[in-house]
Design a protein around this ligand. Structure first.
Ligand code: TYD
Ligand code: MG
Length: 451
């Protein structure tokens, strides 16, 4: 009997190696290789872009009508996608279990099915479960095609006959291809099945949504190459106990990245939140030391968010604890505060919370973070009609950030009276409703509000 041939595949990137090694030769991750049976790949890795001929075409001759978009019926989702779904595009959507991936896609598909063909392939739930959810979402009568199937060849065969405009695979981890013997959910199965589906979508012009599980670290489980294969990667974010959900585009070949769509989970599914700033500001805010409001920039729009800091005497090693913010960036800002404003918090614990489960990753939050910290440290209230934004450099200078004008307008729209901004972001024209205080450095900002 001949011994079955095996090789080793990396769980992170899907890279292959003939022998087991501790470090993946492709992505450098440690201890991620696992043994797989060697099967000749049924689908050579080519043709994603849907072009099959080897003919040379000059750029102006390419017709771009294929880039027409259609709506999902959820304006927030359309915005994240860059203005609707592009025909033939492939979208990977990841998020924690129970966050609302299936709900969102069922709602979108029900809308599309009223105008053209839509197909929902469920590999996780039974048809009854999907139907119950549809009834709950009040779309029980939508002419939506359902298929409970996990074998990729059958799915493609059915889709080929049904010719839907849009198709959802829920989820890609449950799908398998006959060509491989490994279990569904394994790296090679996910990669091969997804490759099959992506190629099919590109060739047939069907828009394809792939639902992906996330691993412990919050990244989409399965091979990293999955993110390279698709056009758009969306992540569902949100705190477990909050009813707000955020959908963020982290890769988009057809729109801006970091675009954020905000939804509220209700009894009848997800509803887009049209005025997100209003929900992140608590209704009856009372001024307290350490609580301030900032204007952040999410994708292509401004968003008002409340930040709370608490600075307290430390009993032991000083702690820097953050929720919704990078604690290394906080440490950096505290160092700038020490060097350039001579305010030392070495003996203090610093706690920081971004209200509403939002994660802030932009440097435009720097000024607001330090102002919240200082307000708590000095036990001085910053009045609740003042807002901030601006990046702080290592020299203690205030640097401009994108979207200055829009941020000022957003603050004025929500009734704020005063805004502290970097000088280079100050609007050229005089603002009627809001006083703009343009500052050059951290010290100028401190003098403007905390002295
Ligand atoms: P689901 O969409 O199944 O999440 P995923 O596919 O990401 O695992 O999860 C939906 C969750 O939201 C579930 O906990 C129940 C809740 N829910 C509502 O609150 N309202 C609704 O109308 C629906 C359909 C679900
Ligand atoms: Mg689901």
């Amino acid at each position: 009997m001949t011994k079955a041939k095996t090789q080793y595949s990396c769980n992170e990137c899907g890279g292959l190696s003939p022998k087991w090694v501790g470090k993946c030769p492709d992505c450098g991750a440690w201890n991620t290789l696992s043994e797989i049976a060697l099967v000749k790949s049924a689908s050579p890795w080519q043709g994603y872009a849907g072009s099959r001929s080897g003919a040379l075409i000059s750029l102006p001759d390419i017709s771009t009508t294929v880039c027409e978009r259609f709506s999902t019926g959820l304006p927030e989702l359309d915005q994240v996608l860059g203005g609707g779904v592009v025909a033939g595009s492939v979208i990977l959507i990841g998020g924690d279990p129970g966050i609302g991936k299936s709900t969102l896609l069922l709602q979108a598909l029900a809308h599309v099915s009223s105008l053209s063909q839509a197909l929902y392939v469920t590999g996780e739930e039974s048809l009854q479960q999907v139907s119950l959810r549809a009834k709950r979402l009040k779309v029980g009568n939508a002419p939506l095609g359902l298929l409970a199937e996990t074998q990729v060849e059958t799915i493609i065969q059915v889709a080929n006959q049904a010719k839907p405009q849009i198709m959802v695979i829920d989820s890609v981890q449950t799908i398998f291809t006959q060509a491989l013997q490994s279990a569904p959910g394994s790296v090679s199965q996910v990669r091969e099945s997804a490759a099959h589906l992506v190629r099919f979508a590109k060739q047939s012009g069907i828009s394809l949504y792939l639902v992906g599980h996330v691993n412990k670290e919050g990244a989409i489980a399965g091979p990293r190459v999955l993110e390279h294969m698709v056009d758009t990667v969306l992540y569902f974010e949100g705190e477990k106990d909050s009813r707000f959900r955020m959908v963020r585009a982290i890769k988009n070949r057809f729109g801006a990245v970091n675009e954020l769509g905000i939804f509220a989970m209700t009894d009848t599914g997800l509803r887009g939140v049209s005025n997100p700033s209003a929900i992140f500001l608590s209704r009856n805010r009372f001024p307290a030391p350490g609580t301030i409001v900032m204007v952040t920039w999410e994708g292509s729009r401004p968003l008002l968010i409340e930040i709370q800091a608490l600075v307290d005497d430390s009993h032991g090693i000083p702690r820097r604890v953050t929720v919704g913010y990078d604690h290394n960036r906080l440490a950096l800002l505290l160092a700038v505060l020490n060097r350039h404003a001579s305010i030392t918090l070495h003996q203090m614990d610093v706690f920081l919370n971004v209200v509403g489960g939002v994660k802030i990753t932009e440097t435009g939050a720097d000024l607001a973070i330090l102002m919240a910290v200082l307000s708590s440290y000095k036990n001085k209230i910053i009045d609740n009609t003042t807002v901030f934004f601006g990046e702080i450099g290592l020299g203690g200078e205030l640097r401009p950030v994108p979207g200055g004008q829009e941020r000022v307008l957003e603050a004025a729209k929500h009734g704020f009276k005063r805004i502290i901004v970097p000088k280079a972001n100050a609007p050229r024209t005089k603002q009627e409703e809001i006083t703009v205080i343009a500052v050059n450095s951290l010290n100028e900002a401190i003098n403007a509000v905390l002295i």
